[in-house]
Design a protein around this ligand. Structure first.
Ligand code: CDP
Length: 788
């Protein structure tokens, strides 16, 4: 779609340079750790070396003697105010600080407050904690066995470790269809626990002003308003009611879902500030961040896909065990304890499907956060895309051909899926065809055959994923009862410039630019003159925040609707100024002109001035509007990715030779930013496919608690991504846009895994669980006798 506005206005479709980059590139971003307040003190945290243990004693005497140490806070301190437990966003409970036992390694045990960070760290070393170790459960299957020790002894009457059982679809119909299917492929898949590992760790500066009774918390949160409400619920009984709490989320160095939950450190810092009457800064170090919070996935999937012998898919049945660690502290919408996993029928026409998920407690840190995905969509897409490839290989069909045969055709949209979603729009075959043409699929298959004949291992993997983003319609979506709308408030100043405030919070995605472009598109005010603000609960309208690619589908829509309300008022003012009826005016971006007399016109700037200096009698002055947008449906972005790998028969290394990504996120606001989102997402998708995993030994010791073991991708491992697009607008979004932030993270892992298995299928390899490390491949090569 060619842009409707000029480059000066830079509405949708312009690759406007990011407004936030001058400050980021000059090192002048303002992150939490940049905040320095008068009289500020520092907090550091004592953490448990055990994954499960009774605390028999916490001796703080030596710590309190360390020069600079002001206080040591324990669970007992917080228990006096009933602040030692807090609710999670999933209506579970989580310890702020323990009074009886610890439940995972690196759990917070006590906090030391000191005049500087070094003294706080010395104080932490001096706190003496005595533990009595308890049996540890790290395997969710064992945790579910009858007779397994019950971990959540704090929950009266709890007799097992099951958190929830959730299911969707038609169990009996699916069972019957699978029983009658000519072919059924079955595969167990483990999607390991991984960590978000943003550049910036979590932290806050809690500042309780005793004189005003007001608490300001500067913190790394993706959802400031929801956090304010949670704080008010937790601390209302000690006088911190919601109007006395201000959450400010300054610049954030990456969130990816990891900065949605409330971590104990935030609450302890707040309690410390209230007790001491001083601002308290808490910034996690890298090891704490990597060992204690921001964990995702940990899904054990057992999936079955039925089909006719000609490749027509018939039914899908998936059973999953979800390891949530010791509490369910994910941030899924209330009605969806397993997130939006029921998108697992993917891009395919499947008449019958059934999915069930059991959430389980183990002695691990809380997990299950939506890491750059819309609540478990990565897991769902991995399952269906891996199963589709396995089915193709079993049937001896080309994986692309099998996909074309089963895609939901464009004319079937809106499409009601067997698991209950109404897909808004899609053209899956067009995206796959474009990816195949771009990469030269037919030639690659020929090359593969030739190489295979020579003993070389080359694989081609496809992933044709469907996403589900934009949570969500209030009839289904809430977090802790708060509906998942989002908001925008726009004020146009007398000189025709504007400020637009949103309920979301960018963590690097470029909202200051793209939201300004939305306002520019709708009002014709140059995006350069639209200031965008987010993240301060004292000024921004209430919204549920940024995660799960919901900003564009929900807050972006609110921006368009608010701007249209302003345009409606602007039309009235223009009619008054031009002395014509409103119906006689024609709008083009930036001005109203009289039908048939285009020389008679008023620009949005003329109209803004008149709104304050010459507005019609009987009309309120000013030019502003607010929208709380409740989306009628989610948006369903999609894409087709093709990956080509070569395996090193000496080392087992997987080399991504080419990777073509064709994405469709509907109408695009800023093509450059979308491309950047996809590039970053692809690298973040490659990481769990080939490198990243957080595992635990049987005593609950983390294996991967530093970047020596937890392998983040660097430029060295990142191939040159080739991106392209198709555009299938969302029919219900005011701008026709869909979200895009997580598409590539969701779509990339199965493309890579499918490529590696494709290289090895002829040797009898059906599946390799991600991450597909050189060691795993090397072992297989030796087992199959093809190692060099
Ligand atoms: O919620 P989050 O911002 O992470 O995800 P998103 O809504 O998918 O947007 C990511 C970035 O891509 C934002 O800067 C969007 O404005 C931009 N975007 C776009 O320019 N066009 C789209 N159709 C979708 C997103």
């Amino acid at each position: 779609m060619a842009p409707r506005t000029s480059p000066e206005i830079s509405g949708m479709g312009h690759s406007m340079k990011r407004k936030e980059d001058p400050r980021f590139l000059r090192g002048q971003g303002r992150y939490v750790d940049d905040i320095v307040l008068p009289g500020m003190v520092f907090m550091d945290i004592v953490r448990s070396p055990f994954a499960h243990a009774k605390i028999t004693k916490i001796d703080t005497a030596r710590a309190l003697k360390v020069p600079g140490v002001l206080a040591v806070i324990t669970g007992e301190t917080l228990a006096k105010f009933n602040l030692h437990w807090m609710p999670t966003l999933m209506s579970d409970t989580q310890m702020v600080l323990p009074t009886e036992k610890v439940m995972y390694q690196a759990q917070e045990v006590a906090a030391v407050i000191a005049t500087d960070r070094y003294a706080a760290a010395d104080g932490v070393e001096a706190v003496e904690v005595s533990y009595d170790p308890l049996p540890v459960l790290v395997d969710p299957f064992k945790a579910l066995e009858p007779g397994a020790p019950v971990l959540r002894t704090d929950k009266k009457g709890k007799t097992d470790n099951r958190i929830f059982h959730w299911e969707a679809g038609d169990r009996q119909g699916t069972d019957a269809e699978l029983a009658g299917s000519e072919v059924v492929v079955k595969q167990d898949l483990y999607i390991p626990r991984i960590h978000v590992s943003s550049i910036e760790t979590c932290g806050c500066v809690a500042d309780f002003d005793r004189a005003q009774g007001k608490l300001t918390v500067y913190m790394t949160t993706q959802a400031p308003h929801a956090i304010r409400t949670v704080f008010a619920l937790v601390a209302g009984h000690v006088g911190l009611s919601e109007e006395r709490i201000r959450i400010v989320s300054p610049d954030i160095g990456g969130g990816f879902g990891g900065k949605v939950p409330v971590y104990p450190g935030y609450v302890i810092a707040v309690a410390a500030s209230v007790v001491l009457g001083k601002p308290v800064k808490w910034i996690e170090d890298r090891m704490e961040n990597l060992q204690a919070d921001s964990f995702a996935r940990d899904y054990h999937i057992s999936a079955e896909l039925g089909a006719k012998r000609d490749g027509t898919m018939t039914a899908l049945r998936i059973k999953t065990i979800a390891d949530h660690g010791y509490t369910d502290a994910a941030a899924n919408p209330s009605k969806f304890p397993a997130g939006l996993f029921s998108i697992c029928t993917g891009s395919y026409q499947l008449g019958h499907a059934f999915a069930e998920v059991d959430g389980v407690y183990t002695n691990k840190p809380p997990g299950g956060i939506a890491y750059r995905c819309s609540f478990r969509v990565t897991e769902a897409v991995h399952a269906i895309e891996r199963l589709t490839d396995i089915l193709a290989h079993e049937l001896g069909m080309d994986p692309a051909e099998l996909r074309f045969k089963n895609f939901i055709p464009p004319e079937s949209f809106p499409y009601h899926s067997a698991l209950g979603w109404d897909y808004d729009s899609g053209n899956y075959a067009a995206a796959l065809r474009k990816a195949m043409d771009r990469i030269g699929y037919a030639e690659l298959r020929k090359e593969q055959a030739e190489k295979r004949a020579r003993g070389e291992l080359m694989g081609i993997g496809i992933s044709s994923f469907t996403e589900i983003v934009g949570a969500g319609p209030s009839k289904q979506f809430d977090i802790l009862g708060i509906k998942m709308f989002d908001s925008c408030e726009i004020r146009v100043h007398p000189t025709g410039k504007a400020i637009a405030r949103f309920g979301t919070k960018s963590q690097g995605q470029g909202h200051e630019t793209t939201y300004a472009q939305i306002v520019a598109e709708e009002l014709g005010i140059p995006a350069a003159h639209v200031q965008v603000e987010e993240g301060d609960t004292d000024t921004a309208p209430y919204g549920l925040g940024t995660y799960a690619s919901r900003s564009t589908p929900v807050a972006g829509a609110a921006g368009a609707v608010a701007a249209r309300k302003i345009r409606d008022k602007a039309r009235k003012i223009a009619a008054h100024l031009l002395e014509v009826a409103e119906e006689d005016l024609v709008w083009e971006p930036g001005k109203f002109s009289v039908k048939g007399a285009p020389q008679r016109s008023k620009t949005i700037q003329d109209i803004a001035l008149a709104a304050y200096t010459n507005h019609p009698q009987g009309m309120e002055a000013g030019l502003e509007a607010v929208s709380y947008y409740d989306p009628p449906n989610l948006t369903f972005p999609f894409g087709s990715y093709i990956c080509v790998v070569d395996l090193d028969r000496g080392t087992g290394e997987v080399k991504i030779r080419r990777f073509v990504a064709v994405d469709d996120c509907g109408n695009i606001i800023n093509p450059m930013i979308v491309d950047g989102q996809i590039h970053g997402g692809l690298t973040m998708g490659m990481a769990p496919a080939l490198l990243e995993e957080i595992s635990y030994d049987e005593d609950g010791n983390i294996q991967g608690g530093s970047f020596m073991d937890y392998l983040l991708p660097t430029a060295m491992e990142t191939p040159s991504w080739e991106t392209d697009k198709t555009v299938t607008p969302s029919p219900h979004h005011p701008l026709g846009a869909k979200g895009v932030g997580e598409s590539a993270t969701v779509g990339a892992p199965p493309a890579i895994a499918n490529a590696v298995v494709d290289a090895l299928w002829h040797l009898g390899v059906r599946n390799i669980d991600i991450p597909i490390t050189p060691e795993k491949v090397w072992r297989i090569l030796h087992e199959k006798g093809v190692a060099e």
